[in-house]
Design a binder for this molecule. Structure first.
Ligand SMILES: *Cc1c(COP(=O)(O)O)cnc(C)c1O
Length: 439
Protein backbone atom coordinates (compact mmCIF):
# COMPACT_ATOMS: atom_id res chain seq x y z
CA UNK A 1 0.00 0.00 0.00
CA UNK A 2 1.28 3.39 -0.97
CA UNK A 3 0.34 6.35 1.13
CA UNK A 4 -1.90 8.69 -0.92
CA UNK A 5 0.37 11.14 -2.62
CA UNK A 6 -0.49 14.68 -1.60
CA UNK A 7 -1.93 16.39 -4.70
CA UNK A 8 -0.01 19.41 -5.95
CA UNK A 9 -2.43 22.32 -5.30
CA UNK A 10 -1.08 24.18 -8.35
CA UNK A 11 -2.57 21.52 -10.61
CA UNK A 12 -6.07 22.20 -9.26
CA UNK A 13 -6.03 26.02 -9.30
CA UNK A 14 -8.75 27.12 -11.75
CA UNK A 15 -7.34 29.20 -14.58
CA UNK A 16 -8.18 32.90 -14.74
CA UNK A 17 -9.92 32.74 -18.14
CA UNK A 18 -12.05 29.82 -16.94
CA UNK A 19 -13.08 31.73 -13.80
CA UNK A 20 -14.01 34.77 -15.88
CA UNK A 21 -16.47 32.74 -17.95
CA UNK A 22 -18.55 31.91 -14.85
CA UNK A 23 -21.79 33.89 -15.38
CA UNK A 24 -21.67 35.50 -11.93
CA UNK A 25 -18.06 36.54 -12.41
CA UNK A 26 -18.85 37.80 -15.94
CA UNK A 27 -21.70 39.87 -14.49
CA UNK A 28 -19.31 41.31 -11.91
CA UNK A 29 -16.87 42.23 -14.72
CA UNK A 30 -19.68 43.98 -16.60
CA UNK A 31 -20.68 45.92 -13.50
CA UNK A 32 -17.35 46.61 -11.82
CA UNK A 33 -14.74 46.42 -14.55
CA UNK A 34 -12.19 43.75 -15.47
CA UNK A 35 -9.24 44.97 -13.41
CA UNK A 36 -11.02 44.89 -10.07
CA UNK A 37 -12.38 41.39 -10.70
CA UNK A 38 -9.08 39.99 -12.05
CA UNK A 39 -7.34 41.27 -8.98
CA UNK A 40 -9.80 39.40 -6.76
CA UNK A 41 -9.33 36.25 -8.90
CA UNK A 42 -5.53 36.43 -8.49
CA UNK A 43 -5.82 36.74 -4.73
CA UNK A 44 -8.25 33.81 -4.53
CA UNK A 45 -5.94 31.68 -6.71
CA UNK A 46 -3.07 32.41 -4.32
CA UNK A 47 -5.22 31.17 -1.43
CA UNK A 48 -6.00 27.94 -3.31
CA UNK A 49 -2.29 27.45 -4.01
CA UNK A 50 -1.54 28.00 -0.33
CA UNK A 51 -4.07 25.34 0.53
CA UNK A 52 -6.32 27.83 2.39
CA UNK A 53 -9.22 27.60 -0.03
CA UNK A 54 -10.80 24.67 -1.86
CA UNK A 55 -10.68 25.10 -5.65
CA UNK A 56 -14.46 24.58 -5.80
CA UNK A 57 -15.02 27.60 -3.53
CA UNK A 58 -12.92 29.96 -5.62
CA UNK A 59 -15.77 31.72 -7.48
CA UNK A 60 -17.67 32.30 -4.24
CA UNK A 61 -14.48 33.70 -2.66
CA UNK A 62 -13.93 36.04 -5.63
CA UNK A 63 -17.47 37.42 -5.39
CA UNK A 64 -17.30 38.01 -1.63
CA UNK A 65 -13.81 39.54 -1.86
CA UNK A 66 -14.82 42.25 -4.35
CA UNK A 67 -14.49 45.68 -2.76
CA UNK A 68 -17.74 47.59 -2.20
CA UNK A 69 -19.22 49.00 -5.42
CA UNK A 70 -19.01 52.74 -6.13
CA UNK A 71 -22.65 53.29 -5.33
CA UNK A 72 -24.86 52.00 -2.56
CA UNK A 73 -27.83 52.31 -4.94
CA UNK A 74 -29.11 48.92 -6.02
CA UNK A 75 -30.73 47.80 -9.23
CA UNK A 76 -34.45 47.23 -8.65
CA UNK A 77 -36.92 45.55 -10.97
CA UNK A 78 -40.04 47.67 -10.68
CA UNK A 79 -42.89 45.16 -10.57
CA UNK A 80 -45.13 47.47 -8.50
CA UNK A 81 -47.48 48.32 -11.36
CA UNK A 82 -46.73 52.06 -10.98
CA UNK A 83 -44.92 53.00 -14.20
CA UNK A 84 -43.31 56.11 -12.68
CA UNK A 85 -42.63 55.08 -9.10
CA UNK A 86 -41.34 58.16 -7.29
CA UNK A 87 -39.47 56.13 -4.65
CA UNK A 88 -37.81 54.05 -7.38
CA UNK A 89 -36.49 57.07 -9.28
CA UNK A 90 -39.41 57.73 -11.68
CA UNK A 91 -38.63 57.02 -15.37
CA UNK A 92 -36.21 54.22 -16.30
CA UNK A 93 -33.78 55.43 -18.96
CA UNK A 94 -33.73 53.83 -22.40
CA UNK A 95 -30.68 51.88 -23.56
CA UNK A 96 -29.87 54.79 -25.91
CA UNK A 97 -30.01 57.26 -23.00
CA UNK A 98 -27.74 55.11 -20.83
CA UNK A 99 -25.23 54.86 -23.70
CA UNK A 100 -25.38 58.63 -24.16
CA UNK A 101 -24.61 59.14 -20.46
CA UNK A 102 -21.56 56.87 -20.76
CA UNK A 103 -20.35 58.79 -23.85
CA UNK A 104 -20.75 62.14 -22.12
CA UNK A 105 -19.15 60.99 -18.86
CA UNK A 106 -15.63 61.89 -19.96
CA UNK A 107 -14.57 65.13 -21.65
CA UNK A 108 -17.27 66.02 -24.18
CA UNK A 109 -18.18 68.90 -26.51
CA UNK A 110 -21.18 70.01 -24.44
CA UNK A 111 -20.12 73.64 -24.83
CA UNK A 112 -17.52 73.60 -27.63
CA UNK A 113 -17.72 73.71 -31.43
CA UNK A 114 -15.14 71.10 -32.40
CA UNK A 115 -14.67 72.65 -35.87
CA UNK A 116 -13.73 76.14 -34.69
CA UNK A 117 -12.53 75.13 -31.23
CA UNK A 118 -14.64 77.96 -29.82
CA UNK A 119 -17.32 78.06 -27.20
CA UNK A 120 -20.79 77.01 -28.45
CA UNK A 121 -24.31 77.05 -26.97
CA UNK A 122 -24.39 74.57 -24.11
CA UNK A 123 -26.40 71.43 -24.88
CA UNK A 124 -27.30 72.64 -28.39
CA UNK A 125 -27.99 69.06 -29.56
CA UNK A 126 -30.57 68.64 -26.81
CA UNK A 127 -32.13 72.02 -27.60
CA UNK A 128 -32.35 71.07 -31.29
CA UNK A 129 -33.99 67.72 -30.45
CA UNK A 130 -36.57 69.42 -28.21
CA UNK A 131 -37.35 72.04 -30.85
CA UNK A 132 -37.74 69.32 -33.47
CA UNK A 133 -40.10 67.44 -31.13
CA UNK A 134 -42.20 70.57 -30.48
CA UNK A 135 -42.12 72.81 -33.57
CA UNK A 136 -44.67 75.15 -31.95
CA UNK A 137 -42.01 76.22 -29.41
CA UNK A 138 -40.02 79.28 -30.52
CA UNK A 139 -37.21 78.25 -28.20
CA UNK A 140 -36.53 75.90 -25.29
CA UNK A 141 -34.45 75.81 -22.15
CA UNK A 142 -33.64 72.93 -19.79
CA UNK A 143 -33.23 73.22 -16.01
CA UNK A 144 -32.85 70.84 -13.11
CA UNK A 145 -36.48 69.73 -12.67
CA UNK A 146 -40.09 70.85 -13.04
CA UNK A 147 -39.96 72.77 -9.77
CA UNK A 148 -36.83 74.63 -10.93
CA UNK A 149 -38.58 75.59 -14.17
CA UNK A 150 -41.41 77.16 -12.14
CA UNK A 151 -38.98 78.94 -9.82
CA UNK A 152 -37.11 80.41 -12.79
CA UNK A 153 -40.29 81.65 -14.47
CA UNK A 154 -41.66 83.11 -11.22
CA UNK A 155 -38.37 84.85 -10.42
CA UNK A 156 -37.72 86.22 -13.91
CA UNK A 157 -41.28 87.28 -14.73
CA UNK A 158 -42.99 88.00 -11.41
CA UNK A 159 -40.56 88.78 -8.55
CA UNK A 160 -42.14 91.74 -6.71
CA UNK A 161 -45.26 91.26 -8.82
CA UNK A 162 -48.29 88.97 -8.83
CA UNK A 163 -48.92 85.55 -10.30
CA UNK A 164 -52.61 85.12 -11.10
CA UNK A 165 -53.64 81.51 -10.46
CA UNK A 166 -56.83 79.54 -9.82
CA UNK A 167 -57.49 78.32 -6.25
CA UNK A 168 -58.23 74.89 -7.70
CA UNK A 169 -54.67 74.61 -9.02
CA UNK A 170 -52.59 75.35 -5.91
CA UNK A 171 -51.39 71.79 -5.53
CA UNK A 172 -49.06 69.88 -3.27
CA UNK A 173 -46.67 67.93 -5.52
CA UNK A 174 -45.50 65.38 -2.96
CA UNK A 175 -43.35 64.90 0.14
CA UNK A 176 -44.94 68.01 1.67
CA UNK A 177 -43.85 70.39 -1.11
CA UNK A 178 -46.56 72.80 -2.20
CA UNK A 179 -46.56 74.87 -5.38
CA UNK A 180 -47.84 78.05 -3.69
CA UNK A 181 -44.93 77.96 -1.20
CA UNK A 182 -42.47 77.30 -4.01
CA UNK A 183 -43.79 80.23 -6.07
CA UNK A 184 -43.88 82.66 -3.14
CA UNK A 185 -40.32 81.72 -2.14
CA UNK A 186 -39.21 83.69 -5.23
CA UNK A 187 -40.65 86.97 -3.94
CA UNK A 188 -43.69 86.80 -6.21
CA UNK A 189 -47.15 87.17 -4.65
CA UNK A 190 -50.01 84.88 -5.52
CA UNK A 191 -53.25 86.47 -6.66
CA UNK A 192 -55.67 83.58 -6.18
CA UNK A 193 -58.84 83.59 -8.25
CA UNK A 194 -62.00 81.47 -8.36
CA UNK A 195 -62.79 78.66 -5.94
CA UNK A 196 -61.55 75.11 -5.44
CA UNK A 197 -64.04 73.68 -7.92
CA UNK A 198 -64.93 76.59 -10.23
CA UNK A 199 -62.95 79.37 -11.88
CA UNK A 200 -64.20 81.51 -14.79
CA UNK A 201 -62.64 83.81 -17.35
CA UNK A 202 -64.27 86.74 -15.51
CA UNK A 203 -62.36 85.75 -12.34
CA UNK A 204 -59.05 86.01 -14.19
CA UNK A 205 -60.10 89.26 -15.90
CA UNK A 206 -60.99 90.91 -12.57
CA UNK A 207 -57.59 90.01 -11.08
CA UNK A 208 -55.43 91.55 -13.80
CA UNK A 209 -53.62 94.77 -12.98
CA UNK A 210 -50.33 96.54 -13.65
CA UNK A 211 -48.91 94.32 -10.86
CA UNK A 212 -49.56 91.12 -12.81
CA UNK A 213 -46.35 89.30 -13.76
CA UNK A 214 -48.05 86.40 -15.52
CA UNK A 215 -51.09 84.17 -15.41
CA UNK A 216 -50.34 80.59 -14.40
CA UNK A 217 -52.28 77.43 -15.18
CA UNK A 218 -51.22 74.29 -13.34
CA UNK A 219 -52.32 70.86 -14.48
CA UNK A 220 -53.78 69.11 -11.40
CA UNK A 221 -51.60 66.12 -12.19
CA UNK A 222 -52.09 64.09 -9.02
CA UNK A 223 -55.81 64.45 -8.26
CA UNK A 224 -59.15 64.82 -10.01
CA UNK A 225 -61.96 67.20 -9.06
CA UNK A 226 -65.32 65.88 -10.19
CA UNK A 227 -68.90 67.09 -9.88
CA UNK A 228 -69.84 70.79 -10.09
CA UNK A 229 -66.64 72.06 -11.67
CA UNK A 230 -65.58 74.67 -14.20
CA UNK A 231 -62.20 75.82 -15.40
CA UNK A 232 -60.69 77.96 -18.11
CA UNK A 233 -58.57 76.42 -20.86
CA UNK A 234 -55.15 77.88 -21.65
CA UNK A 235 -56.42 78.81 -25.12
CA UNK A 236 -59.33 80.86 -23.77
CA UNK A 237 -56.98 82.66 -21.38
CA UNK A 238 -54.50 83.38 -24.16
CA UNK A 239 -57.31 84.83 -26.28
CA UNK A 240 -58.47 87.02 -23.41
CA UNK A 241 -54.97 88.28 -22.63
CA UNK A 242 -53.85 88.79 -26.25
CA UNK A 243 -52.18 92.16 -26.68
CA UNK A 244 -52.03 92.92 -22.95
CA UNK A 245 -48.41 91.81 -22.61
CA UNK A 246 -49.31 89.39 -19.80
CA UNK A 247 -47.81 85.96 -20.51
CA UNK A 248 -49.85 82.79 -20.01
CA UNK A 249 -47.66 80.11 -18.44
CA UNK A 250 -48.90 76.50 -18.27
CA UNK A 251 -47.32 73.91 -15.98
CA UNK A 252 -48.33 70.66 -17.68
CA UNK A 253 -46.32 68.56 -15.21
CA UNK A 254 -45.99 65.22 -16.96
CA UNK A 255 -43.85 66.21 -19.96
CA UNK A 256 -45.93 64.76 -22.80
CA UNK A 257 -44.70 66.69 -25.84
CA UNK A 258 -47.51 65.58 -28.15
CA UNK A 259 -50.94 64.01 -27.49
CA UNK A 260 -50.95 60.36 -26.38
CA UNK A 261 -54.20 58.54 -27.26
CA UNK A 262 -53.61 56.16 -24.33
CA UNK A 263 -53.78 59.13 -21.91
CA UNK A 264 -56.48 61.40 -23.34
CA UNK A 265 -56.75 63.61 -20.22
CA UNK A 266 -53.03 64.45 -20.09
CA UNK A 267 -52.12 67.86 -21.51
CA UNK A 268 -49.18 68.05 -23.93
CA UNK A 269 -46.77 70.84 -24.82
CA UNK A 270 -47.57 71.00 -28.56
CA UNK A 271 -51.33 71.35 -28.05
CA UNK A 272 -51.04 73.86 -25.21
CA UNK A 273 -48.61 76.06 -27.19
CA UNK A 274 -50.73 75.81 -30.35
CA UNK A 275 -53.71 76.98 -28.25
CA UNK A 276 -51.81 80.18 -27.47
CA UNK A 277 -49.88 79.64 -24.23
CA UNK A 278 -46.67 81.68 -24.10
CA UNK A 279 -44.65 79.24 -22.01
CA UNK A 280 -45.00 75.60 -20.98
CA UNK A 281 -43.12 73.99 -18.08
CA UNK A 282 -42.79 70.23 -17.60
CA UNK A 283 -40.71 67.46 -16.01
CA UNK A 284 -38.24 65.31 -17.96
CA UNK A 285 -38.57 62.13 -15.89
CA UNK A 286 -42.33 61.59 -15.97
CA UNK A 287 -44.21 60.58 -19.13
CA UNK A 288 -41.41 61.81 -21.40
CA UNK A 289 -39.37 58.93 -19.98
CA UNK A 290 -36.08 60.81 -19.66
CA UNK A 291 -33.73 61.94 -16.89
CA UNK A 292 -34.74 64.32 -14.09
CA UNK A 293 -35.01 67.70 -15.80
CA UNK A 294 -37.30 70.71 -16.13
CA UNK A 295 -38.36 71.78 -19.61
CA UNK A 296 -39.28 75.33 -20.58
CA UNK A 297 -40.79 75.70 -24.05
CA UNK A 298 -42.37 78.69 -25.74
CA UNK A 299 -41.99 82.21 -27.04
CA UNK A 300 -38.36 82.86 -28.01
CA UNK A 301 -38.13 86.25 -26.28
CA UNK A 302 -39.40 84.88 -22.97
CA UNK A 303 -37.16 81.82 -23.11
CA UNK A 304 -34.16 84.08 -23.79
CA UNK A 305 -35.05 86.17 -20.70
CA UNK A 306 -35.12 83.02 -18.60
CA UNK A 307 -31.87 81.71 -20.07
CA UNK A 308 -30.11 85.02 -19.33
CA UNK A 309 -31.45 85.38 -15.78
CA UNK A 310 -28.69 85.02 -13.12
CA UNK A 311 -30.70 82.28 -11.39
CA UNK A 312 -30.52 80.15 -14.58
CA UNK A 313 -26.87 79.40 -13.75
CA UNK A 314 -27.87 77.89 -10.42
CA UNK A 315 -30.52 75.72 -12.01
CA UNK A 316 -28.55 74.50 -15.01
CA UNK A 317 -28.31 70.81 -15.83
CA UNK A 318 -25.12 68.82 -16.21
CA UNK A 319 -23.80 67.16 -19.36
CA UNK A 320 -25.11 63.75 -18.28
CA UNK A 321 -28.68 65.03 -18.11
CA UNK A 322 -28.34 66.82 -21.46
CA UNK A 323 -26.99 63.63 -23.06
CA UNK A 324 -29.72 61.39 -21.62
CA UNK A 325 -32.48 63.86 -22.51
CA UNK A 326 -31.31 64.22 -26.12
CA UNK A 327 -31.09 60.43 -26.56
CA UNK A 328 -34.58 60.03 -25.05
CA UNK A 329 -35.95 62.54 -27.55
CA UNK A 330 -34.16 61.10 -30.59
CA UNK A 331 -34.81 57.37 -29.94
CA UNK A 332 -38.54 56.76 -30.03
CA UNK A 333 -38.95 53.75 -27.71
CA UNK A 334 -38.24 54.06 -24.01
CA UNK A 335 -39.28 51.96 -21.01
CA UNK A 336 -41.92 54.49 -19.89
CA UNK A 337 -43.63 54.63 -23.27
CA UNK A 338 -43.36 50.85 -23.64
CA UNK A 339 -44.95 50.35 -20.21
CA UNK A 340 -47.83 52.75 -20.88
CA UNK A 341 -48.55 51.19 -24.28
CA UNK A 342 -47.93 47.49 -23.53
CA UNK A 343 -50.65 45.21 -24.91
CA UNK A 344 -52.47 43.40 -22.05
CA UNK A 345 -52.57 40.19 -24.13
CA UNK A 346 -48.77 40.24 -24.35
CA UNK A 347 -48.51 40.95 -20.62
CA UNK A 348 -50.70 37.93 -19.95
CA UNK A 349 -48.40 35.75 -22.11
CA UNK A 350 -45.33 37.03 -20.26
CA UNK A 351 -46.95 36.29 -16.87
CA UNK A 352 -47.89 32.79 -18.02
CA UNK A 353 -44.33 32.16 -19.23
CA UNK A 354 -42.90 33.36 -15.88
CA UNK A 355 -45.32 31.11 -13.97
CA UNK A 356 -44.39 28.21 -16.28
CA UNK A 357 -40.68 28.82 -15.65
CA UNK A 358 -41.34 28.66 -11.89
CA UNK A 359 -43.15 25.34 -12.11
CA UNK A 360 -41.28 22.72 -10.07
CA UNK A 361 -39.77 25.35 -7.79
CA UNK A 362 -42.23 24.46 -5.04
CA UNK A 363 -43.50 28.06 -5.00
CA UNK A 364 -47.27 28.63 -5.13
CA UNK A 365 -47.58 30.74 -8.33
CA UNK A 366 -50.68 32.22 -9.97
CA UNK A 367 -51.49 34.56 -12.86
CA UNK A 368 -54.24 37.18 -12.51
CA UNK A 369 -55.59 40.24 -14.30
CA UNK A 370 -54.85 43.51 -12.53
CA UNK A 371 -54.64 47.26 -13.03
CA UNK A 372 -51.45 49.30 -13.29
CA UNK A 373 -51.19 53.08 -12.91
CA UNK A 374 -48.98 55.81 -14.36
CA UNK A 375 -47.89 56.88 -10.86
CA UNK A 376 -45.37 59.56 -9.96
CA UNK A 377 -48.25 61.97 -9.59
CA UNK A 378 -49.38 61.53 -13.19
CA UNK A 379 -52.65 60.63 -14.94
CA UNK A 380 -54.77 60.32 -11.77
CA UNK A 381 -57.73 58.02 -12.09
CA UNK A 382 -56.29 56.29 -15.18
CA UNK A 383 -56.05 52.50 -14.88
CA UNK A 384 -54.00 50.51 -17.38
CA UNK A 385 -55.26 46.93 -17.83
CA UNK A 386 -52.49 44.61 -16.74
CA UNK A 387 -51.54 41.11 -15.61
CA UNK A 388 -49.66 40.02 -12.51
CA UNK A 389 -47.75 36.98 -11.29
CA UNK A 390 -49.13 36.23 -7.82
CA UNK A 391 -46.87 34.73 -5.14
CA UNK A 392 -46.97 33.98 -1.39
CA UNK A 393 -46.63 37.30 0.51
CA UNK A 394 -43.67 36.09 2.59
CA UNK A 395 -41.53 36.36 -0.56
CA UNK A 396 -41.88 40.17 -0.55
CA UNK A 397 -38.93 40.87 1.76
CA UNK A 398 -36.45 38.33 0.30
CA UNK A 399 -37.32 39.58 -3.19
CA UNK A 400 -36.87 43.24 -2.25
CA UNK A 401 -33.53 42.56 -0.58
CA UNK A 402 -32.30 40.11 -3.24
CA UNK A 403 -30.02 40.84 -6.19
CA UNK A 404 -31.42 42.25 -8.33
CA UNK A 405 -34.02 43.57 -5.96
CA UNK A 406 -37.62 43.00 -7.07
CA UNK A 407 -40.32 45.35 -5.76
CA UNK A 408 -43.93 44.18 -6.07
CA UNK A 409 -47.04 45.01 -4.06
CA UNK A 410 -48.88 43.01 -1.43
CA UNK A 411 -52.62 42.99 -2.04
CA UNK A 412 -55.35 40.66 -0.81
CA UNK A 413 -52.80 38.52 1.05
CA UNK A 414 -50.65 37.87 -2.06
CA UNK A 415 -47.46 39.38 -3.45
CA UNK A 416 -48.29 40.67 -6.94
CA UNK A 417 -45.60 41.25 -9.57
CA UNK A 418 -47.01 43.44 -12.34
CA UNK A 419 -45.10 42.85 -15.57
CA UNK A 420 -46.35 46.07 -17.22
CA UNK A 421 -43.67 48.00 -15.34
CA UNK A 422 -40.89 45.41 -15.87
CA UNK A 423 -38.94 45.69 -19.15
CA UNK A 424 -39.71 42.54 -21.22
CA UNK A 425 -36.03 41.60 -21.47
CA UNK A 426 -35.83 41.36 -17.66
CA UNK A 427 -38.33 38.48 -17.30
CA UNK A 428 -35.48 35.94 -17.07
CA UNK A 429 -33.86 37.92 -14.25
CA UNK A 430 -37.21 38.09 -12.49
CA UNK A 431 -37.64 34.30 -12.66
CA UNK A 432 -34.14 33.76 -11.28
CA UNK A 433 -34.80 36.27 -8.47
CA UNK A 434 -38.06 34.52 -7.47
CA UNK A 435 -36.35 31.12 -7.49
CA UNK A 436 -33.57 32.55 -5.33
CA UNK A 437 -36.06 34.09 -2.88
CA UNK A 438 -38.01 30.83 -2.66
CA UNK A 439 -34.96 28.92 -1.49
C1 LIG B 1 -44.40 66.78 -11.04
C2 LIG B 1 -44.96 68.14 -11.12
C3 LIG B 1 -44.19 69.25 -10.74
C4 LIG B 1 -42.81 69.10 -10.15
O1 LIG B 1 -41.90 68.64 -11.11
P1 LIG B 1 -40.51 67.99 -10.61
O2 LIG B 1 -39.85 67.58 -11.90
O3 LIG B 1 -40.86 66.85 -9.73
O4 LIG B 1 -39.76 69.05 -9.90
C5 LIG B 1 -44.75 70.49 -10.87
N1 LIG B 1 -45.99 70.65 -11.36
C6 LIG B 1 -46.76 69.61 -11.76
C7 LIG B 1 -48.12 69.87 -12.31
C8 LIG B 1 -46.26 68.32 -11.66
O5 LIG B 1 -47.02 67.29 -12.06
Amino acid sequence: MHPAEPQDPRRSVPRTDAVLTDPRVAAAVAERGRDVVKDAVRRAQARVRAGELAAGDLVEAVLTALPPAGTTLRRVLNATGAVLHTNLGRAQLSVAAVEAVVTAAGATDVEMDLVTGRRARRGRGTVAALRAAVPAAGDVHVVNNGAAALVLVATALAAGKEIVVSRGELVEIGDGFRLPDLLESTGARLREVGTTNRTSLADYRAALSERTGFVLKVHPSNFVVTGFTAGVQAGELAGELAGLGVPVVVDIGSGLLAPDPALPAEPDAATVLAAGADLVTASGDKLLGGPQAGLLLGQAGLVERLRRHPLARALRVDKLTLAALEATLRAAPNPTRDAVHADPAVLRERCTAVAEALRGSGIDVGVEPSAAVVGGGGAPGVELDSWVVSLPPDLAVPLRTGDPSVAGRVEGGRLLLDLRTVPADADGLLVAAVRGAGR
